[in-house]
Design a protein around this ligand. Structure first.
Ligand code: CA
Length: 139
């Protein structure tokens, strides 16, 4: 989703604005997020909805809000990818426990406590973390 261009975001928005009223409600957003095989919990749905609509939003996502949100996600992915590549030294595409520790220590401000915990859990369980897992946890 994150690597799509602005015009593709518009297409996606229009495709899922099922009643064509120019905004996505929470049900329309749900079908968008579940495109393909993915499923999403109600909590996740609410989080993503608030991310686009804002905490004091009007419970509808306009195209402008949608594009701004996608841009933010994309910027975040660029930042995360750069960080990941900077610290991934031994095995391309993966961070070892030590490398992740180093990254988190040096760039702590990039991560919220929940992300920090999830990253550590993941790396402690497997001994390493892939770029995809790393970005999924933080976006
Ligand atoms: Ca709509």
């Amino acid at each position: 989703m994150a690597s799509k261009s602005v015009s593709q975001w518009e297409e996606m928005f229009l495709k899922y604005d099922k009643d064509s009223n120019g905004t996505l409600d929470i049900h329309e957003l749900k079908s968008l997020l579940e495109e393909g095989d993915s499923t999403i919990t109600d909590d996740q749905l609410q989080q993503v909805f608030t991310f686009f609509d804002g905490t004091d939003g009007d419970k509808r996502i306009t195209l402008e809000e949608f594009k701004a949100g996608m841009q933010k996600v994309q910027d975040r992915v660029v930042t995360l990818t750069a960080l990941f590549n900077k610290y991934s030294k031994h095995e391309p595409g993966y961070l070892s426990t030590e490398e992740l520790d180093e990254l988190l220590a040096a760039d702590q401000q990039e991560f919220c406590p929940e992300e920090n915990d999830s990253l550590l859990q993941k790396v402690n369980a497997a001994g390493k973390i892939s770029q995809e897992e790393f970005i999924n946890i933080c976006t």
